[in-house]
Design a protein around this ligand. Structure first.
Ligand code: EPZ
Length: 424
């Protein structure tokens, strides 16, 4: 089992390139199931969840090949012409709940899908009732048995679906299902995340007729057939946000290249409010420390609000800010698993229901800590960068699920970070 060991204190400087987006790549890879033939995806990030999606597509009968081109990220070739199996097994779904995004495409294209129910995860119960409600509204027969959900429909029918809450993969699953349904579908209260917009771009390239992605009302005119395509995936806005915080927290000066500033407005606004200088430059964003950090409150919201996937990273930054910051998590009911580990490093953090109060500035000290989920592990890496002494992070497989060689990128910016082998 790998650990990450960090000696704190280095000031990060230089340039770093952002990899392709995990949360765009996963539904885009699943969308290949909507067409028969060979699709080519570029700028695919090299991370655990993408490898799981490759395995799942292979399990369904697709031929998946990967290649890496220097400076262009990964390339994935997916040939779906022999897909016959429509079952997403427990062993894969339990490692990555986002596997549920094959449910819509398989039901729409093959008339049947059997997907293991994801079950709960470290950050919350995360049910998929909205996905199932939407498929049922399109005429699918839904059965839950033996831990699996089965959806059957000779052909899905267009429908009007109103989400009870904003759900990213729910919107993506139903958008893909509706692309091959008969007739017109309207998705109300849809997620507006850039990854949803990116998926709609891909589906329209395949021949779909989707409008309104990026707004809360998406309309889809179903078509009879979709074509495989070639596509280059957008950069990862959460990786970019994490790197901007790394620069700010180490009082550094870093150019984060290949990110899309318009995907980061809420994050940049809060970093500036905290006193970090963020300037657009060369198709990226430069973060430069300027003066003391100021306490800043955040409340996580669906896009374009402050992303829940940046809450843990921002919390560490606020341990260095003067005063008290209030951070409220409104999306997931259990996304403060990093707090006890940060407290073990000396952070002054009080949890009050779905809000934490962070007081600063405090000096963190290096410790042995345990990663519990993807973004929590990123926050422990950030804490290790500024802590006195050495921090050892265990269970870094959580980090590798969603970050493409983060330690290597931080080392290139001057951080003293390395991997070691060790017990669980
Ligand atoms: C996506 O998860 C992202 N994952 C998450 O990123 C991200 O945190 C989340 O959106 C919110 O932005 C991917 O895109 C692969 P939701 P998703 O459905 O789609 C409730 C990361 O760190 N809900 O938008 O699973 C749900 O429990 C990951 O990269 C229902 O109740 O999240 C949650 O409280 C973590 N019923 C809220 O809605 C449903 O049917 C939002 O969840 C669906 C959702």
């Amino acid at each position: 089992m790998q650990n990450i060991v960090i000696k704190g204190g280095a000031r990060l400087t230089g340039e770093v390139r952002v990899s392709g987006s995990k949360n765009a790549a996963l539904p885009i890879l699943a969308s290949s199931l909507l067409a028969s033939g060979r699709s080519v995806y570029r700028n695919v990030p090299a991370l655990g969840d993408v490898r799981t999606m490759h395995k799942l597509l292979g399990e369904l009968g697709a031929e998946v090949e990967t290649k890496t081109e220097p400076k262009a990220g990964g390339i994935t070739f997916v040939d779906t012409s022999k897909v016959e199996n429509v079952e997403a097994p427990y062993d894969l779904v339990k490692t990555m709940r986002a596997s549920v995004v094959v449910l819509g495409p398989l039901t729409a294209r093959h008339g049947r899908a059997r997907v293991s129910l994801p079950g709960g995860c470290a950050i919350g119960a995360r049910p998929i009732d909205q996905h199932l409600k939407g498929l049922a509204a399109m005429g699918a027969k839904i059965e839950l048995e033996h831990g699996y959900v089965t959806a059957r429909a000779r052909r899905l029918q267009g429908a009007t679906i109103v989400f009870d809450m904003v759900t990213v993969t729910g919107t993506e699953n139903l958008m893909m299902a509706a692309a091959l349904a008969k007739g017109h579908t309207t998705l109300e209260n849809s997620a507006r995340e850039p990854e949803v917009e990116e998926l709609a771009r891909v589906l329209n390239k395949m021949g779909a007729r989707i409008q309104g992605a990026g707004t809360s009302q998406i309309t889809i005119e179903g078509v009879d057939e979709l074509q495989p395509i070639e596509h280059t995936i957008i950069p990862d806005r959460i990786e970019a946000g994490t790197l901007l915080v790394a620069a700010a927290i180490t009082r550094g000066n870093v150019l984060v290249r290949d990110c899309l500033p318009e995907h980061l407005d809420a994050v940049v606004a809060k970093l500036r409010a905290a006193g970090v200088e963020i300037t657009p430059e060369d198709g990226g964003l430069r973060a430069r420390a300027k003066g003391d950090l100021k306490s800043t409150d955040i409340s996580t919201q669906p896009f374009p609000g402050f992303p829940t996937d940046m809450q843990a990273q921002f919390m560490v930054l606020m341990t260095r800010a003067k005063g008290q910051s209030l951070l409220t998590e409104t999306i997931f009911e259990n996304r403060f698993m990093h707090v006890p580990e940060l407290q073990r490093m000396g952070a002054d953090i009080q949890v009050e229901g779905r809000t934490v109060a962070v007081r600063g500035p405090v000096r963190l000290t290096g410790a042995e800590v345990m990663a519990t989920d993807l973004r929590a592990s990123a926050s422990l890496v950030l804490a290790g960068l500024i802590a006195d002494g050495t921090t050892k992070i265990r269970r870094v497989y959580h980090l590798d699920r969603g970050y493409d060689r983060l330690d290597k990128k931080l080392r290139a910016l001057g951080a003293d970070v390395r991997r070691t082998r060790g017990p669980m």
